[in-house]
Design a binder for this molecule. Sequence first.
Ligand SMILES: [Zn+2]
Length: 306
Amino acid sequence: VDPLTWTPAGPPAPACAWCGAALAGGRRLHGRTVCAACGVATTSPWPTPAQLETAYGGAYRPASGRFGGPLDRVLAAARGRLAVRVDALAPPGPVLDVGAGDGTLVRALRARGRQAEGLDAHATGEGVRRGTVHDVPGPYAAIVLWHSLEHLPDPGATLDRAAGLLVPGGLLVCALPDASSWQARAFGARWLALDLPRHLVHVPHAALHARLRAAGLELERASAWRGGQALFGWLHGLVGLLTGRSLYDAIRRPQARFAPLSPRDRAAALAAAALVAPVALAATAAEIVAGCGGSAMVEARRPPGG
Ligand SMILES: [Zn+2]
């Protein structure tokens, strides 16, 4: 399913997937409705299980890998750095990766001697099984929700449950697209990280912070850069505006593209990316300084006495 051509069809989402408030009368945007109570947008119409199955099949995550070899290795290296950080900041004990995909982070943590397991709704692998935070008893020294919360049907309840599964002093690491970023506003329906219908909620970083504090956690660090996608969001958006082509497809393997791309169109998208790179770099730097980049990353801790 190509997020740019996904056509919403079906009854509107009745309630905010983040806070549960009724959405009737909420501000409508392309494919989503903004909750007046919490500011989070819920994908609406709400996709059916069959629509989601289609959206996660095929090109989204083919067995052959999503990107060319070097980029897949860059992503694996980023997971390795995340594993080092989680291992260093968490107290002793097991780590849970929610939305673990093929288990790259779980393997990186285990390689460091850290007990780790993963949950994923759509994938299984070494150390990764199907399930949600509601299926596990805990407790955990750390729980990672790395670009996974926005894919879940009950993200608010998942965050609350994850906070409750932490040992005192335990660490929660969460990254998701920042719906209040400048790039989200600049590109609107064409923003890379809107990713309809797979993203079911569209969360401003302020709403994420508020929910974590309400769950009793203390925010230790917030970053507009560490969650990734800050620069690529600008590059993809600017290339789309200039050429109508998808830079994201241009860097994916042919079988992982949402829409076919001729070699000529692929070359045009890559050339446009080189052309707009200085603008994208400047916009990214401005966003990071303002504290609202393409993604919001937070590290939050359950108080040691709590
Ligand atoms: Zn809400």
